[in-house]
Design a protein around this ligand. Sequence first.
Ligand code: KG4
Ligand code: ZN
Length: 359
Amino acid sequence: MNLARPLILGIETSCDDTGCSVVDGTGRVLSSVVSSQLSVHRPFGGVVPEIASREHLSNWPAVSREALEAAHIAMWDIDAVAVTRGPGLVGCLLVGMSIGRAIAHGLGRRFHGVHHLEGHIYSPFLSARGEPAERAPERFHALVVSGGHTSLLEVERADVFSMVETRDDAFGEVFDKVGKRLGLPYPQGPKVDELAERGTASKVMFRVPAVKQRQALYFSYSGLKSQALREIQTLEHRGVLTGEAISYDRPDEIPQPVLDLLASFRYSAVRQLLDRLRRHQDRRSIRTLAVSGGAAANRLLRRELIRWAEEARVNLRLVPLVYSGDNAAMIAFAALMRGLYGKSDDPSHLQVASRIPFV
Ligand code: KG4
Ligand code: ZN
């Protein structure tokens, strides 16, 4: 295979996944390796930042070796290095940044610091079959749904503008918290989604927060979370739940009212996303919507988005499931897209931060 230059080494260490990837100049993913730290953090019920930083450091040699071997290249074949510089856990970001800068400096290659969300934003255009990436339109909308973000953004020639953000909790985060209350193991989001598939959603159980006509649009998920937690308590009082963790290993034993509750919760969470998309569509036109982030794996969300896009005649690009969670291919590809529109890196890109603006 002819490799199109530049070959970009991507590094992603913003949270609990250690990612290394090689992407070529057409956006073809030559390799993408993600080492998950799930088992290390599971006993704590969530990510422990200091443990995550240390794990990145010890995982890196094996992860990078595997990525280079799978791409059939050596480190000196790389033309540029792209690293997530934030937002994320600062200790974790520093590990990736230090490794990336050392490689770029040692080999005399270009270095790019990439905003984590920019990585997600372009990920729906990546091919899961090892083909060149699809060309993203000059202007498109992006919906990023993850454990840390629920954002509707507008992208124009690689400039990113935030349109609708969550005022409180993120979409994936509330799935995690509701699942945790039921005693499900971390990350709870995919498990809540799976159990919700077996329940029947009641349309009246949870409200979607209303947005007034002229008000700026926003997402809000903390009310839904509190309502769901109260409903779980009610099931405990009624003796449907014992207060013990529900057994995910024996899903057939989970009482039907619990499955129905999760289905209603999920329905409401997804309905809010669709409601805001419709309202935004009424105010400004969405032609292409690129949907990404770990929670873009949500089954109901994918089904509802496909239905809406058909009705609204929107060109929907759903991230391939292999690139929905955090990975380094999306970071390398975002660096490529920034380069395409002449967005140069400034010295601040050499810094990491838990919160950073788009530049
Ligand atoms: O993008 P990601 O890997 O990490 C962040 O940047 O947050 O997203 C992980 C989040 C977690 O909150 C996880 O529970 C959630 O995405 N998630 C889901 C599903 N799969 C992952 N939430 C709801 N339904 C799913 N199927
Ligand atoms: Zn992410």
